[in-house]
Ligand binder design. Structure first.
Ligand SMILES: Cc1cc2nc3c(=O)[nH]c(=O)nc-3n(C[C@H](O)[C@H](O)[C@H](O)COP(=O)(O)OP(=O)(O)OC[C@H]3O[C@@H](n4cnc5c(N)ncnc54)[C@H](O)[C@@H]3O)c2cc1C
Length: 318
């Protein structure tokens, strides 16, 4: 058996969008390996979320228990491992979210599984499936072979389509055996924003050093387009934008329908986080700025002049 087990993630009782992309990757992998697709959801009070996963042709395992209420990898990993063994999973994957990046390596270690992270595609068939992943800020793509019996991976949600509807899958309760923990969950501090979550937004308006710290014209555009805000590392390091706005190699990877980069030069480390965007609009006063090489639309000029004009046009057409 070479079954595929995808770890899904629930937040406030709902399956996260990133998990649907992980499940989409799972569907692709199951096709390539000929294995059956399984998905596990862990938490407390997640019955409805579990049921919502039953339309993708996968067997759904719901581990619903008080001991799993907090997203602690130390508590969740043994449950995933027990299930992986019980169903004969040889492929174990999750989305590369904070939860997936924390939990998957821990489960992989317990299963003696080698692991590939931030996978963007699969190649090959059967047991010889390889994991394609970017290296050096996306300048090199490596096809990685994992030679262990069980193979673990995280996927970039922006690189895989969300799961397609499939046959109705059975929903089962998973065994929950959590050992005494050495860590304790203290609290979760949520950054509250009226705007959509950066990695899930349809539109992202990002600013860099060229804003000179004034993000107001960018925020006006983001709000006119119901988008999220992003920033280059230079803007974050200068203290002009919060950390969780950073896009790039050491920030978030986004692939919205529309990405507006204003006053951003287009360094490879920034581009690594947004080049998958469907339409890229660059606003920069330097016509030689590298961002124009990847932009679909380039506006050469002062962002403080261009952005208010854009906002007025967007509002006039809404
Ligand atoms: C290991 C490592 C990891 C990194 N990770 C990241 C990362 O995750 N994300 C990231 O963004 N960077 C990252 N960086 C930093 C990256 O190399 C760049 O330094 C950074 O992206 C530059 O930010 P910027 O484009 O805002 O600034 P700059 O490169 O200084 O560009 C500013 C641009 O604004 C334009 N401009 C100025 N005034 C105006 C105006 N009025 N109107 C229009 N345009 C104007 C200029 O022409 C210029 O092109 C990383 C670097 C390293 C070494």
């Amino acid at each position: 058996m070479s079954n595929v087990l995808i770890i899904a993630e629930a937040f406030k009782g709902q399956v996260r969008r990133a998990s649907l992309h992980a499940l989409g990757a799972g569907q692709q992998l199951a096709k390539r390996t000929g294995g059956a697709l399984h998905v596990v959801l862990l938490g407390k009070g997640i019955g409805e979320a579990g049921k919502s996963l039953s339309t993708f042709g996968a067997t759904v395992h719901v581990a619903d228990a008080e001991a799993l209420a907090a997203p602690l990898a130390e508590a969740h990993a043994p449950v995933v491992v027990e299930l992986a063994r019980a169903i004969g999973a040889t492929w174990l994957g999750a989305a590369a979210t904070a939860y997936g990046k924390d939990l998957t390596p821990r489960a992989a270690a317990l299963l003696d599984a080698a692991m590939a992270t931030e996978v963007i595609a699969f190649t090959g068939e059967g047991a010889a499936v390889l994991f394609r992943r970017p290296m050096w800020a996306g300048n090199v793509l490596a096809d990685v072979e994992l030679t262990t019996a069980v193979k673990a991976f995280t996927i970039r949600p922006t690189e895989f389509a969300a799961a397609a509807a499939g046959a109705a899958g059975e929903v089962k309760a998973a065994a929950v055996n959590v050992p005494t923990l050495k860590s304790r969950y203290v609290s979760f501090t949520e950054v509250k924003s009226e705007r959509p979550e950066l990695t899930e937004a349809r539109v992202v308006v990002a600013g860099g050093r060229g804003t000179k710290g004034d993000f107001k014209p960018l925020e006006a555009l983001a709000d006119a387009l119901s988008g999220a805000m992003g920033a280059s590392r230079a803007a974050v390091d200068a203290g002009w934008a919060p950390n969780d706005w950073q896009v790039g190699q050491t920030g978030k990877v986004v692939a919205p329908d529309l990405y507006v980069a204003a006053g951003i030069s287009g360094a490879i480390q920034h581009v690594a986080g947004m080049k998958g965007s469907k339409v890229i609009v660059a606003i920069n006063k330097d016509p030689e700025a590298p961002i124009f090489q990847i932009a679909d639309y380039g506006l050469v000029g002062d962002l403080f002049k261009i952005l208010p004009e854009l906002v007025a046009k967007v509002k006039a057409n809404h």
